[in-house]
Design a binder for this molecule. Structure first.
Ligand code: GRF
Length: 213
């Protein structure tokens, strides 16, 4: 651990392409003075863990079934995060909803990437392909992705950045998810830079929405 670098924790559940984007951005110096201190997964087979392992990044699977409640599970996560002096927690494809204890323990220090233009197509149960399926069903002409702070209400925290993507009549769930994910990676890096180094006043974070689309 290098104490003059910002310490990021990345919480994952799946493939981890966003984690890879963070790792690559650190290597290419797009993300400066930053290191991934730890990757935490709630799924044993998350490919993201393999990515961390390959890169020599500390990684841990915490088994939810070993805890009676989400509070107990998150207490374990809080303990792990505290021992690593984390400056920012990035939810990158993490499928568990955080307890208020975890959110309060890292007030304004948790960000999430979501594959739609929030507040549209967000909230409990809206994740992965379900988001793109709902987008296609609704007939909207554009979708996108959002980086936002995590607050108590799911997917409703202040928005840091959004990127719009047109929805074509030929789009399917697969084409749309591929296009959106392709844009997520750079948006997440920009969002991390802002959250870490720009000292965003959380109440005003939504202003960035206007400036960055
Ligand atoms: C991304 O679409 C992200 O927006 C959502 O989960 C997906 C994770 O993808 N929260 P990956 O695991 O980073 O490849």
């Amino acid at each position: 651990m290098s104490y003059n670098k910002k310490q990021i924790a990345v919480l994952v559940s799946g493939n981890g392409s966003n984690l890879q984007a963070i790792i690559d951005a650190i290597k290419s110096n797009q993300l400066k003075n930053t290191e991934v201190a730890i990757v935490i997964s709630n799924k044993p087979n998350a490919y993201a863990l393999h990515r961390a392992q390959t890169e020599g990044i500390k990684n841990v699977f915490i088994n939810p079934s070993e805890f009676n409640t989400i509070q107990d599970f998150d207490k374990k996560i809080i303990d792990v995060l505290k021992t690593h002096n984390i400056d920012l927690i990035v939810l990158a494809g993490y499928t568990k909803i955080l307890s208020s204890e975890l959110i309060n323990a890292f007030n304004n220090k948790i960000i999430n990437i979501h594959p739609s233009l929030l507040p549209l197509f967000g909230g409990k149960g809206m994740y992965g392909q379900k988001v793109h399926e709902a987008v296609l069903k609704s007939g909207v002409k554009e979708t996108g992705c959002t980086v936002h702070f995590v607050t108590q209400e799911v997917d409703a925290g202040p928005i840091i950045l959004q990127k719009k993507i047109p929805v074509l009549s030929s789009d399917t769930i697969e084409t749309l998810s591929k296009k959106v994910l392709g844009e997520e990676h750079s948006l997440l890096i920009e969002g991390i830079n802002l959250a870490l180094f720009e000292n965003l006043p959380i109440k005003k974070a939504e202003n960035y929405l206007q400036n960055t689309i």
